[in-house]
Design a protein around this ligand. Sequence first.
Ligand SMILES: C[S@@+](CC[C@H](N)C(=O)[O-])C[C@H]1O[C@@H](n2cnc3c(N)ncnc32)[C@H](O)[C@@H]1O
Length: 425
Amino acid sequence: MALRNPPEPLGTAARRAALRLLDAVLRRGEPLEAALAQATRALPGGPDRGLAHAIAAETLRRLTDLDALIDSATRNRLADDVKARSALRVALVQVLALGTPPHAAIATVLPLVDGGPKRLVHGVFGTLVRGGATLPELPALPAAVAERWQAAWGEEAVAGAARAIAAPPPVDLTLRDPAETAGWAERLGGTSLARGHVRLVDPAPIAELPGYAEGAWWVQDLAASLPARLLPLPAGDVLDLCAAPGGKTLQLAAAGHRVTAIDASKSRAARLFENRERTRLAFDVAVADVLDWSPPAPADGVLVDAPCSATGIFRRHPDVLYRAHPRVVEEMAALQTRILDRAAAWVKPGGTLVYATCSLEPAEGEEQAARFLSDHDDFAVAPAREEELPAGIAPTAEGFVRTLPGTLAAAGGCDGFFIARFRKA
Ligand SMILES: C[S@@+](CC[C@H](N)C(=O)[O-])C[C@H]1O[C@@H](n2cnc3c(N)ncnc32)[C@H](O)[C@@H]1O
């Protein structure tokens, strides 16, 4: 009779998927959300997938501190990409941050290093847990990111980022009808930081909240709602060049603009169509690469919510902290230059161009805006005005909008964004 291996402890498959997710992010530079379907495809159901995602996301939030603990308990430093280190990260984060009992955490992780350094993993885990290891209250950022942000924004922003990683972010909604702000805030049990905005803390599942089915609002961070607010009224023709999934398109359409939304990604554009159907707002959609596409005529307003390193959304997507290498930032900034230079020609004389990124890298913000102005002398900054922004967010000396970790911290913070508004002569 053939000998069979004993069955794996229940829950091992979810930990294996978590390990795959970490590998996708840390070794292959893939976004965590994009890697999810492939890494969890062997899992039977939603709860297991949710667990794998939660373990991987929490590991990324705590990676620097977990690695410091592992290094403190190993004589020879484990290389960053060896399986033993990944397995230890996954076992430790469960005990130290997710409340999993130690025996369950290690029993479900050891099979992942089968045929490898099981004893080492078991030994290091045991030493740390028995020794009462804890994670610091405020997570440490990856050294390269901390250094970059310290140089660009100073110590307070780095400390603000650590505080932001430690607490789950609130959920922000943008309302289809800003005149109903007070009513929706009351109905949903939220607070409002700006007209057309409601903030919820730890809400029920989104699709179950009142107003979702009829498209009375959509989820969008407060900072992400600012670029569309800067396109001036009265309503005009607006091109939203990098539009999907459509948070800003919906805002522009709700404000009465005649919007054409363009996005190169078919799968992301599908979300534009879904959102259009749910909200019953009217706008045109073109699935096209704006580097090839051209509009039939110039527009009163053009919004470039450009593809970027996305480091400003690290609270909900901690993987960006490990994927936004300087090379990626450079490539994204170069793409933004190409998109902006094409967009400039599509603005009517007297029209408005808004450039925005959810990035905390000056190359994808202040430096790009300065470059644009020096290459396009028919454009000037149309400074953002204080009354166009929520209380607590002031325009910069140049008239731009820059939100940082620490902005609106007392109210739950917001994503990191850069926004510039230009007017064509
Ligand atoms: C920051 S996201 C846009 C978010 C969107 N504006 C919103 O508010 O929901 C950037 C978008 O640019 C799109 N994109 C990237 N390169 C593009 C290109 N060359 N042409 C058109 N769209 C592009 C991506 O598919 C992505 O959906």
